[in-house]
Design a protein around this ligand. Structure first.
Ligand code: ADP
Length: 257
């Protein structure tokens, strides 16, 4: 507030009051602290794991077989992968935030091949979680479209990973593909925990995780869908879902061709 304006007889005649809307600033502050909190929390677990396993490997007083040493190294490698993945996600978010958009490099790409390859990468995860994956029979053998194969693989990878992660024991995940004259749609359907109705509107917000997801899986950042949507929209496509709590979810993404 500025000092008051005085008249000739030293009486207060007016003053200037400036109001500034700080809503945006407050949002940015909240976002920054969420960012730091998620990043440090998610990095702490794999880093602590690596520290612990390195100490074990270096401690000569603890006898280890060659097989055990290999297992520790494997665990270190997995933790490292998780951290790399998180850092890549954070970099993607920073790209989206600063409006720099993604570098989408479109090339002729077989969408079905991407699906098959990503499924293969997730087979072990599905096995560990006791989840069965089925592919819809009437999907085409090949479907060539112009897109950024690496980015679409990232989207599909996130959706299939979520479907398995949020499945119940003995759950089923179904993958399918359909197309019209100029639009191809891939869907991933699970019969898992679903998304509570009252939280569905927030699911594409960055860092947002539904309460039931958080209870089921503490491991997660709430960044995957935010990034996936930005990638699909950068291709001129759409990403959406239908879900019912305790019944399951179906995520769809469509791409023009
Ligand atoms: P993360 O899985 O790391 O939490 P995502 O951005 O991929 O982050 O997903 C955001 C949130 O959306 C999840 O935390 C969860 O609440 C919800 N979600 C995503 N996919 C599913 C699914 N297949 N079933 C139930 N909830 C899901």
């Amino acid at each position: 507030m500025c000092p008051p304006l005085f008249g000739r007889r030293k009486n207060v005649e007016g003053c200037v009051v400036v109001f500034r809307d700080v809503t945006k600033q407050k949002e940015i502050d909240t976002m920054k602290s969420e960012f730091v909190s998620v990043a440090s929390h998610q990095l702490k677990t794999p880093l602590s794991g690596i520290k612990w396993m390195c100490e074990l490997l270096l401690d000569d007083s603890i006898k280890k077989t060659e097989q055990e040493k290999k297992e520790y190294l494997n665990d270190i490698n997995n933790s490292n992968e998780r951290m790399l993945h998180l850092v890549e996600d954070l970099l993607d978010v920073s790209h989206i935030e600063t409006g720099r958009k993604f570098d989408i490099i479109k090339k002729d790409t077989d969408l079905i091949e991407i699906v098959a390859q990503t499924l293969k990468d997730n087979l072990q995860f599905a096995k560990d979680k006791n989840v069965r994956i089925i592919k819809c029979d009437n999907a085409p053998q090949k479907f060539i479209i112009k897109c950024d194969g690496d980015k679409i693989r990232q989207v599909f990878g996130n959706l299939i990973n979520n479907a398995i992660k949020y499945s119940k024991n003995n759950g089923t995940v179904e993958i399918g593909c359909r197309h019209t004259k100029n639009l191809v749609t891939i869907y991933i359907k699970d019969d898992g925990v679903g998304i509570p109705q009252k939280q569905q509107a927030r699911i594409f917000e960055k860092f947002f995780r539904a309460d039931n997801a958080f209870t089921k899986e503490t491991d997660g950042t709430g960044l995957g869908l935010y990034i996936a949507r930005a990638i699909i929209e950068a291709h001129g496509g759409k990403l959406w879902f239908e879900s019912e709590e305790n019944k399951g979810s179906t995520f769809y993404f469509s791409l023009p061709f």
